[in-house]
Design a protein around this ligand. Structure first.
Ligand SMILES: NC(=O)c1ccc[n+]([C@@H]2O[C@H](COP(=O)([O-])OP(=O)(O)OC[C@H]3O[C@@H](n4cnc5c(N)ncnc54)[C@H](O)[C@@H]3O)[C@@H](O)[C@H]2O)c1
Length: 398
């Protein structure tokens, strides 16, 4: 059995999710040739790193992420820090020959994403970007149905990602509201997940027409380092700082296939918590998915008798993608953690020389190109073409 020593950088929300996945992969995907070892975790200070190591089960801790990149015993560098450090860490790790998984969005800007993709092309190591929602079994089942032609030629793709954790103007000015750290607001933070699934399910996006809205222009300064996603309050009288990223985005899309679509994202929609919806219409049927009911995929097939035609619900289970590894009967409850367990398993499989893993840095770069086009379109009010990455040459079309 091959041990894979993991060096995890960042012990916040994603540090927790990835640590859970590293412990759980062999429990679910068994028998396995690969055994993850939680080798070292990095946080800002020694004290934070030691606490994270105890909490998440790492053998070692450090306040210097470079010591993880330089450690010859580490096989995989996991980047779970805010977006402003993704490029520096990933490029250093790839140069040191490490396999890398980087949280989304790949980078703050298209330029940073291009540099990360170039470093990945130079390296023989495995690289992955953590768009985990496509690994929800029901989303993978939608992909299977589409690939099998069950809904025919896709004509329309529409998706939302609606949350409300930042709707309260008194929730603090975390890194997610600072352009210098996050790169963008709702676009980079959550629309990217939907754009990843748009590409996964409906193919390349070639042109966009977008609008954004900036609703809350200042927030109370945050007292601590990690983002609490609206769960702490700065108070109406606390000193405030400026928010310089968009709160909401809506965009029309044109796909290379000729399909059309729309995507929208906001973190300010009261009552919507993690409302990721996908609706895909094809010549032979339709698919609907809502992450808040993530065991369920709704499908409607034209071939059904007219008096029976309508959406039916398929509960994902052992007969569906990754189902055999998860729980023994459908509808037991797929969680966020499962998406990260499947993600880690697929990453380890690639590291062990098996099936190459997607989405990789090329995919993260293409999503960054779409983000950039969306932000440009919103600024100019014009339909904007999305440059296309040619994965064979590494070049991007004008
Ligand atoms: N895939 C998903 O569903 C998903 C969900 C949430 C966040 N994310 C992404 O994950 C990344 C991290 O987000 P989060 O929610 O975990 O943030 P967070 O604020 O909860 O945690 C980030 C942690 O990184 C630490 N950190 C920052 N810089 C560091 C450095 N140089 N060295 C060591 N530690 C450092 C911070 O102290 C903090 O504990 C972001 O890129 C975010 O966009 C992805």
């Amino acid at each position: 059995m091959k041990k894979i020593n993991v060096g995890l950088i960042g012990g916040g929300f994603m540090g927790k999710a990835h640590s859970l996945a590293y412990s759980a992969v062999p429990m679910f995907f068994w028998p396995t040739e690969i055994m993850p070892v939680k080798h070292t975790i990095a946080e800002f200070t020694d004290k934070m790193a030691e606490e994270a190591a105890t909490r998440f089960g790492f053998e070692n801790s450090t306040s210097n992420w470079k010591s993880i990149v330089e450690n010859p015993d580490i096989d995989l560098v996991d980047i779970a820090t805010p977006n402003n450090s993704h490029a520096e860490i990933a490029i250093a790790a790839l140069a040191a020959g490490k396999n890398v998984i980087c949280e989304k969005p790949l980078a703050r800007t298209v330029e940073e994403a291009a540099a990360m993709y170039a470093a990945a092309r130079e390296s023989k190591a495995v690289n992955m970007v953590a768009f985990n929602y496509r690994r929800t079994p029901a989303v993978a089942l939608a992909k299977k149905y589409i690939d099998e032609g069950a809904i025919g030629k896709i004509t329309n793709f529409r998706a939302t990602y609606l949350q409300d954790w930042s709707a309260d103007p008194n929730s603090p000015l975390s890194w997610r509201f600072q352009k210098s750290v996050a790169g963008s607001g709702a676009v980079g933070d959550i629309l990217t997940h939907v754009l990843d699934m748009a590409r996964y399910l409906a193919g390349e996006v070639t042109e966009v027409s977008a609008i954004t809205n900036h609703i809350i222009t200042e927030r109370p300064l945050q007292q601590s380092g990690s983002d609490s996603l609206g769960n702490s309050k700065g108070g109406a009288d606390a000193p405030k700082g400026p928010v310089d990223v968009e709160d909401e985005v809506m965009s029309l899309l044109k796909f290379a296939s000729g399909a059309i679509g729309s995507v929208e994202a906001t973190r300010n929609a009261w009552g919507r918590n993690n409302f990721i919806t996908l609706e895909i219409h094809g010549s032979e049927g339709s698919i609907y998915f809502n992450y808040e009911n993530r065991d369920e995929l709704q499908v409607c097939f034209k071939s059904d008798e007219g008096d029976r035609r309508g959406f039916r619900t398929v509960y994902t289970g052992p007969n569906h993608p990754n189902g055999a590894a998860l729980w023994p009967i459908p509808a037991l409850g797929i969680g966020y953690g499962e998406t990260k367990i499947i993600e880690a398993h697929d990453l380890f499989t690639a590291i062990a020389g098996g099936e190459p893993v997607r989405p990789d840095f090329g995919d993260g770069y293409q999503v960054a190109l779409i983000d950039d086009a969306i932000l440009k379109s919103a600024a100019t009010g014009q339909w904007t073409k999305v440059p296309q990455l040619d994965r064979a040459t590494g070049q991007v079309s004008a």
